[in-house]
Design a protein around this ligand. Sequence first.
Ligand SMILES: *[C@@H]1O[C@H](CO)[C@@H](O)[C@H](O)[C@H]1NC(C)=O
Ligand SMILES: *[C@@H]1O[C@H](CO)[C@@H](O)[C@H](O)[C@H]1NC(C)=O
Length: 259
Amino acid sequence: MLKIRNNLVNFAFLIFICANALVSPITIEELKPLNYVVDILKVPIKKGEEQPHAIRMKSKFGQDYSCLLPKDDDEEDVKKDNIEGDFSIDIKELLKPIQSGFCMIKIQDWWTYEFCPGYYIKQYHIEDGHILGQVITLGLYESEFDWLNETNKDKFRHITQPFHSQWYVNGTKCDLTGQPRNAEVRIFCKPDAGDRIHRVDEEETCSYIITIHMSRVCSFPQLKPVPEKKTKSIPCHPILNDEQYNNYLKKVKEKELVL
Ligand SMILES: *[C@@H]1O[C@H](CO)[C@@H](O)[C@H](O)[C@H]1NC(C)=O
Ligand SMILES: *[C@@H]1O[C@H](CO)[C@@H](O)[C@H](O)[C@H]1NC(C)=O
């Protein structure tokens, strides 16, 4: 069967056209996070013989279609709930091997950043292979996100790419704020990344967010990226009146005779 694939824009257009006729109008906002394709099928339906749950749509050429909207499946939500309930893996165990003197280095613009997980984050400038000027501590390891704490359980429910946080405090005193520097390290699962500093952002004055990409934390179920929603098909049959439908049947028969 030949299918003509239309895109979301066309579907939104169809919805717009038939919005007046719908009992409960679908808003564009609702459609945004979902991927729909309209499949215009070749097989027509006789007027009055539409499926009970089908809705009627009209193309800009005036052709009526009988379309089935996909069911809302909660399957993915259920799956995510299950993942969140599985606390058999301890992230601290996964991170242990790199918390024994292993450090990551990244040069970003003027600064070189040195992150030793579980110990400290430092920043300095290197010239001709030597540290030039002051070594600035962005923070010393203090604590990390507790996945076992019930109050934390919902934090990442609606985030597509969750991360594990560690907090580093008591860094070098900041001239602008008079306070010691501090940082949050956010560890993301990236299956092919190895262990590396992805980027450093000074979120507020002397308060930093260090983004880390790591493959080793990917076996921690809560850090797995939520899979993107699959595209759902909206099958649409052209609706023909009696005369058109009989002509269609005749054509089909003629074709069969030729073959
Ligand atoms: C940070 O400094 C405070 C006050 O000096 C101290 O009580 C605390 O233990 C320090 N924390 C870390 C992680 O060094
Ligand atoms: C759980 O988290 C809350 C809020 O972050 C905190 O107040 C509480 O002490 C934590 N409970 C345990 C058992 O660590």
